[in-house]
Design a protein around this ligand. Sequence first.
Ligand code: AHR
Length: 835
Amino acid sequence: MKWKHMAALGVALAVLPVFVPAQNLVNRTDSVYLFSYATVQDAGRSGLQFAWSRDARQWFRIGGGYVRCDYGTWGAEKRMIKPHLMRAADGMWHCVWQLNDKGLEMGHAASADLLSWKRQTYFLKGQTEGEQSAPDFTSLNKEKKVSALVDGALYEGYMQKVAWPEVDRMLEYAGYRAEKGRLDAECTAQDAGRFSGLEEVNMQLDVRPGDAYPISDKLIGVFFEDINYGADGGLYAELVQNRDFEYSAADQSRERWDGSYAWSVQGSGGSFSVVEGDDPVHPNNPHYAVFDVQTPGVMLKNGGFDGIVLKKGEKYDFSLFGRIPSGYKGGKVDVLLLDKEGRKVGGTSVRITSDRWKRQKAVLKAEADVSAASLVLVPQTAGKYEFDVVSLFPQKTFKERKNGLRPDLAQAIADLHPRFMRFPGGCVAHGDGIDNIYDWKGSIGPLETRKPLRNLWGYHQTRGLGYFEYFQFCEDMGAEPVPVLAAGVPCQNSAYEQDKLLSGGQQGGIPMEQMDAYVQDVLDLVEYANGDPKTSKWAKMRADAGHPEPFDLKYIGIGNEDLITDVFEARFSKIFKAVSEKYPDITVIGTVGPFYEGTDYEEGWDLATRLKVPMVDEHYYNTPGWFVNNQDFYDRYNRSGSKVYLGEYAAHLPGRPNNIETALSEALYLTSVERNGDVVTMSSYAPLLAKEGHTQWNPDLIYFNNREVKPTVGYYTQLLFGQNSGDTYLPSDRTTDNNRTDVNRRIATSVIRDSRSGDVIIKLVNLLPVAVETEINCPGLPEGEAVLNVLKGDPSDKTARPVEQTLRVGERFGYELPAYSLSVIRVVGSAPSVR
Ligand code: AHR
């Protein structure tokens, strides 16, 4: 509990003097009243609010929301009910509130200035023992509840007398937030007004190769998560949906989402059911189908994921586990591919006669191009048939891997030249509740032994795309694998379990007595990836899967956007210590919450600094205005602290499009990431993939359907940065003939060198509605033709693509940045003075 930490810091509350009323601590003439309350209209979801008054009658609103309840799911929970603000004799503020209407579960947070708040704790009223126990309130004042009229509405809350400067500081902060909100809301829709009459800007860029410094060579990577049907039905090339009959009503609330989903009986004289019988193919896969055939010819059909795409002449590997229940004989089962009209476009047959599960395999050849075919199983003899793990896999996968990836999608990802890939997700990794944490061990081994998992985005994970396939994909792309594992706590928005106290949010961390086993699982992952198959059971599993050589794992992420609480700290610290002691060469990546500021960010950084975590994973989805106005975000960072992995970011506009405006604001920001490549080691846009018609989150980088891959404009920003990455930053001086801050913030440049090729790469971003005529001076740059790629369009353009051309360059050359554009100039091989 926080109280214990404070005691450890020497703030022993037990010996604190009793509370001295605030009016005795301050100059009376300077004191005013501070009223704290929660808005009832939204059940306290806006957090703690403040108003001030001279006479405790007329109240002026200050604002608030600097502390909000973080407990439970968004929408349903995260309520701050009846907050009670109290002050300790040391001046520290403490706020205690009810988490829900029951009034048994409480939250607590403390603050020195009412603006920045420490981590939250949740406890049961009166519980004084255990990991989640009530703070000691004896030293706090207990002001009486009062009512106050604020902006015409009557609120109940608590009133304190405080020194005027305290309120003054709060008002100043509220003003700062308002100004910040205005900058964050800046967007190109305002450009006609903001930049009316703006003439072409002239710029001079003077590169200083002599001041070059090294930057990370892994700046651009990808973050893969099974969201938006990114894996099953997406990147994973399996064509049969619900092949394992393990879909379950618990996966989501959609009607008829159960073990029979995507399957149906066609024709008469047969019925089919999904059972959880004795002796399944594998205990991890307990359900299977029983097809009762009275009239041969009746078919069991699977419609795939929105149909099965077939390409004429291509081959498909079919397999299933089949068994005949006692009392039946079985026989030949035709396996057919049918088009929408029911015409056969491919076929083969297998024999199922054994009373024990046996895997049957066959190869089918597509006789036509079909956009939405189905697979049918047609027993030729009456009787009962049991089926499981029914699979149809194209032989053409990315790099021809068995159980591999859809080649067009995988290639689109590989084309980004990602230097790493984070997997298997953000929220998917830490899961919606402890039982939903992604256990990597359940995702490896033969397909029938893999443990299916509810996907918290509202569907099902077969985990046919599991850790082995992720590692292999990384290797095939030349990307470093960056697996992320839960820090022993599930998603901070995990559902609140009815009638189970303190089960919301992350208060359901893995019980400490089970953490040793969890830590061992994390350590075993390193063995699986890097160990020797002769000595390690886990490495042997890797070898058995076809990869005796190590995968050369260098990074492990622990945690994802977690609430930084005591529950989190205890578990994270245990994992971190174990991994860094046993594998000092592995870089552990910690987590600092879902935003670029706030309690989790501050507490996460504080913890990382105390534990000396080598790298932390930052996430922020912000407006284009934020990205434009915070290009100095990493320039403000300590150069010798933990490194940063910007693991999830994207520019979000209302309506969530992915267009030139979002893509260019990301490009502007990426030039600042390159400049700060001594602190920022890696970055990845999020999310990566989204299937049309099955999208839970927008915008994404690559949209797709069964036939097409549709990269977005933002994809091309990533591609231009990924394909033009380097390892050395060449600082430059930039002067323009316009001294407006809003104009200059919309122009960004970055000059880097790739020492492997010797190439110098100049990136120029212009988010202005006018061109920027530029003179570039780069001592030592060889004269010749450079490759120029330009991505440009109207801000709302969603279809723009980079156009490649050539540009004459030298030590001094001119180039006009078109309005709303990203230009990348690549100068092949540079002269020694640029080196
Ligand atoms: O990228 C989508 C989600 O955003 C991730 O799962 C989570 O980490 C973040 O909240």
